[in-house]
Design a protein around this ligand. Structure first.
Ligand SMILES: *Cc1c(COP(=O)(O)O)cnc(C)c1O
Length: 380
């Protein structure tokens, strides 16, 4: 079976050379815009491409406001600060995610609590979330208090795994009922929708990443989106050293961050955004080819986009029947120049997060981490 899959992937990419998981492509106005930025001398924290990128990105995802920052982790960090996550707070998230989600929570002095994902979306499970909140929390003065630690559960950060949108509309409703702020980690889900609404728009704030391996890249970069005008103004302010606008004076009114995206990166972003619709279409085509092929392969299931969701198919994923099959595929694919990797090690298994509270056994997260692999996903 493994050889059959490996041969199929090689035939798709028409090569015997190394096939990476996801390669960036620069076939549009990238060089032109980069030159323009260089010629303008505005390569750093001031420049027209930053404003333009923010405007065009907001329009693409359908948010009122977008604030460009240095990377996705910074976008998450600032989003959590704006959701008022502070020292000693707790934040609900999924164990099946990239470490940046938990690190951003930690930068605020808060602790993650791990809630299981569901099998269909591989994102935070609304049923597991509701169960935890019902059993383990109480409402005091409009705040959600964890019974076992007496701490405030301030926010919830679901993540759209590999670009498949999670049941974020249901999660939003639960959060609302329990007075918890919803911040979406939409780092992987640019171009993904739930019920026709772009991911990142369901809570107070959403965070995107433009790292080199994502659907589109700015080299390094991230974006905060929100519909709340006040939060947008605050986001811009605290990502730009909290400088009070003035022609020559240096006045800063709080301790803040130098998180603003440089103009050079934004130039790249404007160009990448132009080719994004085409890229998304090509990724969807590839996923269709995979889906059809895997229908006739035994013991392995291609992860299709969930019901009520449209996925960007950032990283195509296979689910093997058991752990042994997953391991043997990883071994054979990678030794045949076909890159393949498992999901991340679960967050609650990393040393720095191993003592964090878990909402139950996290059985689905564990099962997925032991059976799922990603396969090459660059459009062919
Ligand atoms: C990529 C990613 C991030 C972080 O983005 P960076 O731009 O690398 O900082 C955060 N969360 C998830 C789930 C990601 O995949």
């Amino acid at each position: 079976m493994n050889q059959e899959i490996i041969d199929f992937i090689k035939s798709l990419y028409k090569t015997d050379k190394f096939i990476p998981l996801h390669e960036p492509s620069f076939r549009g106005s990238e060089k032109e815009y980069l030159n323009e930025a260089i010629n303008s001398t505005f390569v750093s924290s001031v420049g027209e491409f930053v404003d333009r990128f923010e405007k065009e990105f907001a329009a693409f995802v359908g948010s009122k406001h977008a604030i460009a920052v240095v990377n996705g982790t910074a976008a998450l960090h600032v989003s959590l600060i704006l959701a008022r996550v502070q020292q000693n707070d707790e934040v609900l998230t999924q164990p099946l995610t990239f470490v940046a989600t938990c690190n951003a929570i930690s930068y605020c002095g808060a602790k993650p609590i791990f809630i299981d994902v569901d099998e269909e979306t591989m994102g935070l499970c609304p049923i597991a979330l509701k169960n935890f909140l019902e059993k383990e929390t109480k409402q005091v003065n409009g705040e959600c208090i964890n019974r076992s630690t007496s701490k405030v559960i301030r926010a919830c950060v679901p993540m759209h795994t590999f670009g498949h949108p999670c049941k974020v509309d249901e999660i939003a409703e639960i959060c609302e009922n329990y007075n918890i702020s919803l911040v979406e980690d939409a780092a992987e889900s640019l171009g993904s929708y739930r019920n026709g609404i772009h991911t990142g728009n369901f809570g107070k704030l959403g965070a995107f990443s433009f790292n080199g391996n994502k659907v589109m890249t700015t080299g390094g970069g991230g974006m905060i989106v929100t519909d709340d005008q006040d939060l947008a103004v605050r986001a811009k302010h605290i990502t730009t050293t909290a400088k009070v606008p003035h022609k020559w004076d240096f006045e800063h009114d709080e301790v803040a961050f130098n998180y603003r995206m440089p103009n050079l990166n934004a130039a790249l972003g404007c160009a990448q955004l132009e080719s994004l619709p085409d890229k998304l279409m090509q990724k969807r085509e590839l996923s269709g080819i995979y889906k059809e092929f895997f229908e006739s392969v035994k013991d392995v299931k291609f992860k299709s986009e969930p019901n009520h969701g449209k996925s960007n198919y950032w990283l195509n994923a296979l689910q093997f029947k058991n752990h042994e099959l997953q391991q043997s595929f990883l071994k054979e694919a990678n030794s045949s120049q076909v890159m393949s990797r498992p999901c991340w090690k679960l967050m609650d298994e990393l040393s720095m997060y191993s003592k964090c509270q878990r909402g139950g056994e996290l059985a689905c997260s564990r099962a997925l981490s032991e059976s799922v692999v990603n396969i090459p996903s660059t459009p062919v």
